[in-house]
Ligand binder design. Structure first.
Ligand code: DUC
Ligand code: ZN
Ligand code: ZN
Ligand code: ZN
Length: 484
């Protein structure tokens, strides 16, 4: 059985051209004019683009005393509804838990996924067991990216010595280090002070995590990555200080990538000053939303190429879960949704405003991350042989975002009331039409795990070239006698 997407305009990260796309066995088999197939999908007036890849989700994650409310079923349904055809979640070992153990737990949850997925592994503690298991996680399990939380002191946070050891190990294995870059010690101090002084509301969450804590941690992670010769990917870059550090590192030839979120690009800190407690708490995430200066910096980074990927950090909690933090902002589960809205919001605020070209849109939502994660061109491409993960994008289609019509399991949407223009007409996951003119036809369990190989050795931080020469002690003629 073949499917042909007819009369559309193919848009990839580098090209725009009119063509039909033929799919068989879940893959693209032909691209050309006048193609025929058993099923035909009309793409007149639409762009035919690689499906989105969201490299940063937390589905059914145990966190802050609860679990995030979207699981692999509702989460991947939300993804497909919005044109995203692959998610990368984080396997999160509990303190002392082995990596393979944690991975098995995540494989058990993801059986319900309706689109393809991969994982990053989180390094939440350090020891010989983690050091040993990293090798088989990379070489046998196909997970090459390891996340380090520099915040969440007393829970997920790793210290500099642990991060240094883990980065060294990753450099040996050809992996990539990821960091959640916030100075967790300073955040803990500021949080305690704010609470002591009676600042208990959700706005205090933003006060406890100023841009300096993110800028400091980003710089520190870049330096440690450089000293160990590991490529670095900085998740949820929200401010100019962090962006500036990444920009500088890239100009020095270091392999560092930055990932802003659609929420930080389009929502600002005024959300925390809303008089309604629920409204503000629903938007509590780390890092918090910033002011326009920082938003402008993130947009400029996408335009200039100093920032590479737009993600969501989708970590959805219901209003009831958010209310765990009434009277103490540090107990509000951190996280916001966005999986379903990332592409339409970025199109509306990026492409329709003229800030990004459609090709740049494809690059930052799909192709760049497929290359970084080493699953390109199987993913992130419209090419013969690539997986048929495709979004047929109708730039004229409009809707107003509302929680009552969303796929996510939670009871609100941080983009509520925003009108977006640019939506999927069809979303295909390995050839299966999961979204058909607004109608959901997802298949639970259709999603497959995407194994990835360790990165090409060119993906090394700059100083690793120097590290190839082992330091030698200086030969001396005279050594003073010791002791008295
Ligand atoms: N930030 C969040 O807001 N939620 C999940 C984890 C994180 O780093
Ligand atoms: Zn994070
Ligand atoms: Zn996250
Ligand atoms: Zn089908």
């Amino acid at each position: 059985m073949s499917t042909v997407i007819r009369n559309g305009t193919v848009v990839t990260a580098d090209l725009t051209y009119p063509a039909d796309v033929k799919i068989e066995g879940g893959r693209i088999v032909e691209i050309g004019k006048g193609l025929k197939g058993d099923t035909e999908l009309d793409a007149t007036g639409c762009y035919v683009m690689p499906g989105g890849i969201d490299p940063h989700t937390h589905l059914e994650m145990p966190f802050m005393g609860t679990y995030s409310s979207d699981d692999f079923e509702s989460g991947t349904r939300a993804a497909l509804s919005g044109g995203t055809t692959m998610v990368v979640d984080f396997a999160l070992p509990a303190p002392g838990q082995g990596l393979h153990d944690a991975l098995q737990m995540w494989h058990n949850k993801s059986g319900r996924a309706s689109c393809d997925y991969s994982y990053h592994m989180a390094v939440t503690w350090w020891g010989e067991q983690v050091f040993d298991e990293m090798k088989t996680v990379v070489e046998k399990e196909g997970i090459t990216t390891f996340k380090h939380f520099m915040a969440y002191k007393g829970a997920l946070m790793v210290n500099d010595d642990e991060m240094y050891a883990s980065f060294q190990r990753l450099a040996e294995l050809g992996g990539i280090a990821l960091v959640h870059a916030e100075n967790g010690d300073v955040v803990a101090e500021l949080s305690a002070k704010l609470l002591r002084e009676g600042n208990t509301g959700p706005e205090a969450h933003a006060y406890s995590r100023p841009t300096q804590v993110e800028g400091e941690a980003t710089n520190r992670a870049i330096m440690i990555a450089d000293m160990t010769g590991v490529p670095l990917y900085v998740v949820h870059v929200s401010c100019e200080e962090a962006h500036e550090a990444i920009r500088r590192a890239r100009m020095q030839g270091k392999r560092v990538w930055g990932e802003p979120l659609i929420q930080h690009l389009t929502l600002d800190e005024s959300e925390y000053f809303n008089a309604d407690w629920d409204h503000a708490a629903r938007r509590v995430m780390s890092p918090p939303f910033r002011n326009q200066k920082h938003q402008d910096s993130l947009w400029a980074g996408l335009q200039s190429g100093s920032l590479s990927v737009v993600a969501t950090d989708h970590c959805a909690f219901t209003t009831e879960q958010k209310r765990f933090g009434v009277g103490d902002f540090t107990k509000i589960p951190n996280g916001t949704g966005g999986l379903e809205d990332r592409l339409p919001m970025l199109w509306t605020h990026g492409v329709a405003t003229g800030r990004l070209t459609p090709n740049e849109f494809v690059a930052v939502t799909s192709t760049n991350i497929a290359k970084i994660l080493n699953c390109y061109p199987r993913k992130g491409a419209i090419l013969v042989g690539a997986d048929a993960d495709i979004v047929v994008w109708d730039p004229a289609k409009e809707k107003t975002i509302t929680a009552s019509a969303q796929q996510s399991a939670i009871d609100y949407n941080v983009f509520e009331g925003q009108t977006v223009k640019g939506l999927p007409r069809f979303t295909l996951t390995r050839g299966h039409v999961a979204v058909h003119d607004g109608e959901m036809r997802t298949q639970e369990g259709h999603g497959q795990f995407v194994k990835r190989e360790a990165n090409n050795p060119v993906n090394k931080a700059l100083s690793s070239w120097k590290a190839l020469t082992s330091p030698r002690p200086v030969e001396r003629t005279g050594i003073p006698a010791t002791g008295v």
